[in-house]
Write a protein that binds this ligand. Structure first.
Ligand SMILES: Cc1cc2nc3c(=O)[nH]c(=O)nc-3n(C[C@H](O)[C@H](O)[C@H](O)COP(=O)(O)OP(=O)(O)OC[C@H]3O[C@@H](n4cnc5c(N)ncnc54)[C@H](O)[C@@H]3O)c2cc1C
Length: 355
């Protein structure tokens, strides 16, 4: 039998969770599916959110500690200290809190369920579970299925440019409230990071696979360096990584009655890789647009969603894409050994914002 829902949401990360809360609050029938066994797990994140996102992190056990500043380390050894107010969260708990809120508002959450096929013209989706394949008829579909979006692929939209990451969780020897960022030709197309999380720290890096496929050697070297400096311990309690879309906003965020959100929409910042905030904001906005379209008969609701998201994010993302393209011409050259290139390519420096 074909299941019918008002809103089908693919993916239960920050974008899908926020979309489900917003749509369910408006009284729509909402089904969210995710291929994972447990919401938010395994964690693939450095777990930093900017301060304004704190309102979505109020459930018990979500916030770990605050962050006040950023230290950006340049190849010469120079360090730039800037304000960087934010919070370190338990990312799984953050995603779970959003999912629980969606369920409290009446959304149905279905895990271990994967979107395998979409007929956008007929508003039908096929979901594979452990037991069977289900057919679902939706009125609105929200794609919140991350960097390798099956929805986008089914719609024939182009694949997003990706940066690969690798991260270790290690013991932190002293309490710390800054995040450290290493800018270096050793991490071409990305950077190294340390985000303190209570007695631990997430130590990781990203790099563009066009320049290097090996993330382990530079991450092990960074880890050894910090062990030698007495800042972190040797033991690695958790290893993770994942893909970060870095190509900027998709050309289309709406296709018929389908809206794309979060990483699936290319909303992740192409220089910093941050995407939780944009995921939540775009998801919430998509949920509201679904309600305006279905309840309020607002014919412009989808166009308004796209316009709002572009207004909020496009300028920032465009600059980041331009910087990325410029940096890509210089990695693995003399320029990449100098501070000047990194100053122009990283958000902490005024040069990043100059024309
Ligand atoms: C190592 C790493 C560190 C990061 N650190 C930070 C950070 O500190 N701060 C920050 O802001 N951002 C960070 N990011 C980026 C951030 O994690 C993403 O931008 C954010 O998760 C995007 O949310 P989303 O809901 O769009 O997608 P996701 O969180 O990726 O959620 C997508 C969901 O869709 C599901 N899914 C995918 N395909 C299907 C399918 N076919 N059927 C059913 N379900 C499907 C997946 O299982 C997943 O649960 C980091 C990313 C990585 C990889």
């Amino acid at each position: 039998m074909v299941k019918k829902v008002d809103v089908l949401i693919i993916g239960l990360g920050p974008a899908g969770g926020a979309a489900a809360v917003a749509a369910a609050r408006e009284g729509l029938s909402v089904l969210v599916i995710d291929r994972r066994k447990e919401v938010g797990l395994p964690v693939q994140c450095a777990e930093f959110i900017p301060l304004p996102m704190g309102k979505y992190a109020q459930s018990e056990g979500v916030i770990f500690q605050r962050i006040t500043g950023m230290k950006s380390l340049l190849p010469s050894g120079a360090v730039e200290e800037t304000e960087f107010p934010g919070l370190m969260i338990d990312r799984a708990a953050f995603d779970q809190a959003l999912a629980n809120e969606a369920a409290r508002n009446g959304a149905v959450l279905q895990l271990e369920s994967r979107l395998v096929r979409l007929d956008a013209a007929e508003s039908r989706a096929w979901i594979k579970t452990a037991l069977a394949e289900e057919e679902i008829e939706y009125r609105v579909l929200i794609a919140a299925d991350g960097p390798h979006s099956t929805v986008a692929e089914s719609l024939g939209l182009p694949e997003l440019d990706i940066v690969h990451t690798r991260q270790y969780t290690v013991p932190l020897k002293q309490a710390y409230e800054d995040t450290d960022i290493w800018l270096s030709d050793a991490f071409p197309g990305g950077y190294g990071w340390l985000f303190p999380k209570g007695k631990f720290a997430n130590l990781g890096l990203g790099a563009d696979k066009h320049f290097t496929a090996d993330l382990k050697t530079p991450l092990d070297a960074l880890h050894s360096q910090l062990v030698a400096e007495g800042r972190v311990g040797e033991e690695i309690s958790y290893r993770t990584g994942g893909a970060i879309p870095v190509g900027g906003l998709r050309e289309q965020l709406v296709v018929g009655n389908i809206m794309l959100t979060g990483d699936a929409a290319g909303l992740t910042h192409p220089i910093t890789g941050a995407g939780i905030s944009a995921g939540v904001v775009s998801g919430e906005r998509a949920g509201q647009a679904a309600a305006a379209w279905l309840n309020g008969q607002d014919k412009k609701a989808f166009a308004d969603f796209e316009e709002d998201i572009r207004d909020q994010f496009e300028t920032t993302l465009k600059r980041a894409v331009e910087r990325r393209q410029w940096l890509n011409q210089h990695w693995k050259s003399e320029e990449a050994q100098k501070d000047a290139m990194h100053r122009k390519g990283w958000i902490a420096f005024p040069e990043y914002f100059s024309v």
